[in-house]
Design a protein around this ligand. Structure first.
Ligand SMILES: Nc1nc2c(ncn2[C@@H]2O[C@H](COP(=O)(O)OP(=O)(O)O)[C@@H](O)[C@H]2O)c(=O)[nH]1
Ligand SMILES: *[C@@H]1O[C@H](CO)[C@@H](O)[C@H](O)[C@H]1NC(C)=O
Ligand SMILES: [Mg+2]
Length: 403
């Protein structure tokens, strides 16, 4: 009898809990003090000279921060605005002076399944005003000495002077109520301390979004976010078609070709001690194939090198008996995908190769390595680098997947 009454009480209690929740929903509001309609937005911008692939990592830091916010009742109404791709330094062809939405390169539905993100144009269509007024723009800056007293502490400090070096992606109708300069170092989640300084703010922006660091680089959440960064379908299809037609493979893990990311331009000029010469590149590729995949004779090369250099490298490798492939976009491809899309197609093709050799400390290479981890390649086929012709050649860092 006692047991039965105990059971009954707990049954009644459970019902009561369900009831009170239903009540909140029925009244069209969540149980928190704020209504779900009171949406708030974080915008961010990155140091203008930074390239596409570092920006992809900065996105992950913010996306993880916003996805984690969903676990806090009082942060649930925050969204992240995807900063348009604008005026990228490495994009030489096409009209790069127009802001490009993320859907051009990524599967935005997939991004949204990981974190509450919106494209800037979606936000525009939500605002009824003629301009978008940002409540607070925090311009982040590094501390002059990151290791004050010998330690790297997470900290921030309001500063007096600074400039916003960006241009709001070229939009003249974005304005700012107040700009605040902040010296900042450490994990990105500390940005909530800044946000809470003005709790009524609806639009908050951070300039120099590359300064805050990942809370946990390489964690499971990191990889969940990374997996959600699927590319736009048209880019995937284009790359797969090339792999099928030119490299004779119809699977995710190909055994018909090896791939190389041969970063040149500024790397060949300013990082002489880390990258090989043209001839040195050919010799190293040949050695790696002989050692690991002596039956393969297809080589795919992704590069930002000038045509004249590519022709020479191709010549060297052909001389050694290989069949060399580049993805050379037609005029139409270039119009459809733009420089940014072409680079992604190069990355996808590199990702599916039996064996990959990258360039030391290139974020373009890092993103290919992550993609290969997601595709399930053995790490030994992925974390390989081109070495300088002479001198030290350190092992590449291995960031392996956490499922
Ligand atoms: N198509 C193509 N573009 C490349 C390649 N390597 C570099 N680039 C271009 O140069 C930029 C390099 O900048 P970034 O993305 O910051 O990578 P990182 O400088 O190598 O760390 C890329 O975003 C591309 O626009 C390549 O192999 N193929
Ligand atoms: C700002 O201008 C762009 C066109 O330059 C327009 O598409 C956008 O809707 C405008 N934003 C707002 C908030 O009116
Ligand atoms: Mg770069």
């Amino acid at each position: 009898m006692i047991l039965l009454s105990l059971l009954l009480t707990s049954f009644v209690l459970t019902c009561a809990e369900v009831d009170s929740q239903d009540y909140c929903y029925a009244k069209g509001q969540s149980c928190s003090t704020e209504t779900p309609r009171d949406e708030k937005f974080v915008l961010y911008d990155v140091n203008p000279p930074e390239g596409f692939n570092l920006r992809r990592d900065v996105y992950m830091r913010f996306a993880i921060m916003m996805s984690e916010a969903k676990k806090h009742e009082r942060r649930q109404n925050w969204n992240l605005v995807l900063p348009p791709w604008f005026n990228l330094y490495h994009w030489k062809t096409a009209d790069s002076n127009k802001p490009v939405p993320w859907s051009m390169f990524f599967d935005v539905e997939s991004l949204k399944a990981f974190a509450p993100v919106v494209e800037l144009f979606e936000l525009f269509s939500k605002t009824k005003r003629k301009y978008l007024e940002i409540d607070r723009l925090y311009v982040l800056q590094n501390f002059p000495d990151a290791f004050e007293n010998g330690v790297f502490d997470d900290k921030w400090e309001i500063d007096r002077n600074c400039d916003y070096s960006g241009s709001f992606w070229g939009y003249k109708n974005i304005t700012v109520k107040e700009t605040i300069c902040v010296k900042y170092q450490g994990q990105i989640s500390k940005l909530w301390e800044l946000i809470s300084l003005h709790s009524a703010d609806k639009y908050v922006m951070f300039a120099h979004g590359e300064i805050p660091l990942h809370d946990y680089y390489g964690s499971k959440t990191f990889w969940d976010c990374r997996k959600s960064m699927k590319f736009n379908k048209n880019l995937i299809n284009k790359a797969k078609k090339f792999i099928y037609e030119k490299l004779d493979c119809n699977e995710n893990q190909c055994n018909t070709y090896i791939s190389v990311h041969w970063r040149r331009q500024d790397f060949a000029r300013a990082r002489i001690s880390e990258v090989p010469s043209l001839l040195g590149t050919a010799i190293q590729i040949d050695k790696a194939i002989k050692k690991y995949h002596s039956t393969i004779d297809y080589i795919f090369i992704a590069s930002d090198a000038q045509n004249s250099e590519l022709i020479q490298l191709e010549h060297q490798l052909k001389h050694l008996g290989y069949k060399v492939h580049f993805y050379i976009p037609s005029k139409l491809d270039l119009e459809q995908f733009s420089d940014g899309g072409i680079a992604i197609i190069d990355q996808i093709i590199c990702s599916h190769a039996a064996y990959f050799i990258g360039t030391h400390e290139s974020t373009f290479t890092f993103r290919i390595q992550e993609e290969r981890e997601i595709l399930g390649f053995k790490s030994s086929t992925t974390f390989n680098r081109l070495c300088p012709d002479t001198g030290k050649c350190s092992e590449p860092s291995k960031w392996t997947i956490v499922d």
